[in-house]
Write a protein that binds this ligand. Structure first.
Ligand code: DGT
Ligand code: CA
Ligand code: CA
Ligand code: ZN
Length: 581
């Protein structure tokens, strides 16, 4: 459906026209057109084919011609002309909070500002503050806006955004008149990074709720505050800001709004296409049939039920195949299914807690098994264990296991895969471990001449009979380090053939494998192991990020090693050793 795109382009034309100082009527006709198109449930392309575009209120002859042009060329000529006429750096300035099209037009005209650098100059030399309609306060706001724009390029990791969203949700719940609050958007879908946080609030006193929200102590700047919607930024520890949107809706629309604002956009488009086929109307207010009779809106499941679909877990709303009706969502792995964590560190290498402390914390989470996996000798910075220390550590782990009732403690290690593809410990030592995670930490770049590539190193480790699992297989750090250049198809196949597990490292900085790779591994028949790589007892709670990543890969409980019974788990580990040796 082209409606959303056409609406966006009309909106853009309106902005650019306003920037050139075009008269208000012409600007408004585009804005009105954008709104009409957005609200339309019929497909614009179908209307155009029947020459009925002008029957839509808000679309006159000119806009109808634009739609026809768009269908033929995939663009709108007026927009292209405008973009050619304007200095290339100018439209970008409209995105700065505190600077709309009118003000940008003014600084362009009065001070010949053509882009961001020019703008910074007239702020620095005081000329902007002297311009009529600006002044010290508004210039200060614009300067802050520039800083925000320049640092907000990066998306925020889920592990930072989600706890913040939960904090704000809980605080909103204590605001008078608020009956219900849900996190929507990418955070609810469990995306590894979040652009902005979307909160949805059920209440009748929108204005006071939004006011209270904008006054929360976490709020750094208020971007908008109205009767049903508020938008703020909160400060992050690295001095970046994260935008948070709040929408207040009445009870009868809550489910429709939750469905709409959870997205993804592509998933919503598919669902709306189904509605259009039935001549129904679906939007954030509810689902209406041909006679405008309300079919659903109060609860989210009701929306899907109207389409004869089960409620769809947010993680799977990706416009893949979740609307096919073929997936058994009941079998999808959930946090409650996770009964063990098989990668964690202790004070023996670079962890903060002892074996016993880690075991007690895991027991409190209801786990039946953990594996202690401290670093091997070549991870010098991480205080990796020499062969002798590792031997002693295995004894210490067994002793702790005997002392600690109610949980099994596996003696494991996180063994480095060296640049030549060999492992950091001899096979005899690995054989003494119950469970071995093999990871690449050293020389993650492409192999130089005569050296093995990361793919070859990983394949070599998979072939070793004592390697149970490959840890954080791609080595990426979200926003900080690119993944290694790997032939994932080859790795996945070798892992499946040898019964080697691949890890979904649940640390939010890693999420490695990521969900697309996890999906690929599952399709090849690989058993995945979701582990926190905890360096403290608190880190064990990061398991949830690994689980949403697995859910985004449509992992069933039976695809995840950590959801098996104790006996089945040990059996799987033994299978690898038997098959390989
Ligand atoms: P983000 O913030 O970039 O991480 O991703 P989202 O998915 O949270 O996106 P956001 O915050 O722009 O919008 C939240 C949801 O609202 C989005 O997932 C789907 C819905 N939505 C927003 N704009 C549109 C639209 O133009 N069409 C449709 N169908 N849905 C939209
Ligand atoms: Ca969002
Ligand atoms: Ca948003
Ligand atoms: Zn580790």
């Amino acid at each position: 459906m082209i409606n959303a795109e056409v609406a966006r382009l009309f909106e853009r034309i309106a902005d650019l026209l306003e920037l050139t100082g075009e008269n208000r009527f012409r600007v408004n006709s585009y804005r009105q057109g954008a709104r009409s198109v957005d609200a339309l449930t019929e497909d614009l392309a179908a209307l155009a084919a029947e020459n009925r575009l002008q029957s839509v209120k808000g679309i006159g002859k000119g806009l109808a011609e634009h739609v026809h042009y768009f269908i033929e060329h995939g663009t709108i000529d007026v927009l292209d002309d405008l973009q050619k006429r304007l200095p290339p750096g100018l439209p970008k300035l409209m995105e700065i909070p505190g600077l709309g099209p009118k003000k940008v037009a003014k600084v362009h005209e009065a001070l010949s500002v053509n882009g961001l650098d020019d703008l910074k100059k007239v702020i620095a030399d005081g000329r902007l503050a002297q311009l009529e309609g600006f002044g010290e306060t508004s210039v200060k706001k614009i300067a802050e806006g520039i800083a925000f724009l320049e640092t907000s390029g990066k998306r925020t990791p889920l592990g930072i955004a989600l706890p913040l969203a939960e904090e704000l949700r809980d605080r909103l719940l204590s605001v008078e008149g608020v009956r219900r609050v849900e996190i929507a958007g990418s955070a609810r879908r469990g995306e590894e990074t979040v652009g902005d946080v979307d909160l949805l609030c059920e209440a009748d006193n929108g204005e006071t709720v939004v006011k209270a929200f904008t006054a929360f102590p976490q709020v750094r700047r208020v971007l908008a505050s109205g009767a049903t919607k508020g938008s703020v930024t909160v400060g992050l520890s690295d001095d970046r800001e994260l935008q948070v949107d709040v929408r207040v809706v009445p009870k009868e629309s809550f489910g429709a709004a939750l469905q709409y604002f959870t997205g993804s956009k592509a998933h919503n488009v598919e669902l709306r296409e189904r509605a259009v086929k039935k001549k129904w109307k679906l939007n954030e207010y509810g689902l209406l049939d041909v006679d405008e009779k309300r079919l659903a809106g109060e609860d989210e499941a009701g929306i899907y039920r109207a389409f004869k679909l089960p409620w769809i877990p947010p993680e799977l709303r990706q416009a893949r195949d979740e609307l096919s009706g073929e997936f058994d969502f009941e079998s999808l792995v959930a946090l409650e299914d996770i009964r063990c964590d098989l990668h964690m560190h202790t004070t023996a290498s670079d962890g903060r807690h002892s074996i016993e402390e880690m075991a007690e914390a895991a027991k409190a989470l209801g786990y039946h098994t953990i594996a202690i996996c401290d670093h091997s000798k070549s991870s010098v910075i991480a205080n990796g264990l020499t062969v002798e220390r590792m031997k002693a550590h295995i004894k210490a782990i067994r002793k702790a296991g005997e002392k600690t009732a109610g949980i099994r403690i596996l003696a494991g290690c996180e063994c480095d895969i060296l640049p030549d593809g060999s492992l950091d410990y001899p096979d005899e030592l690995l054989a003494e471990c119950d469970w071995v995670v093999a990871s690449i930490h050293i020389a993650q770049g492409k192999g130089g001449s005569g050296k093995l590539s990361p793919t070859q190193r990983t394949l070599a480790a998979i072939e070793n009979p004592f390697v149970s699992c490959i840890g954080h297989p791609t080595g990426r750090l979200i926003n900080r380090r690119e993944p290694m250049d790997l032939d994932m198809a080859a790795i996945v196949k070798a892992a499946a053939d040898s019964h080697t597990m691949l890890e979904i490292n649940a640390a939010w900085q890693r999420l490695d494998l990521k969900s697309d790779h996890a999906r690929q591994a599952i399709a090849a028949g690989v058993m995945l192991s979701v582990n926190t790589d905890a360096h403290s007892t608190g880190d064990l709670r990061q398991m949830r990020y690994g689980v949403v990543t697995a859910r985004r890969a449509a992992a069933r409980k039976s695809d995840i090693l950590n959801a098996l019974t104790p006996a089945a788990l040990l059996n799987r580990i033994r299978t690898k050793r038997k098959v390989s040796s």
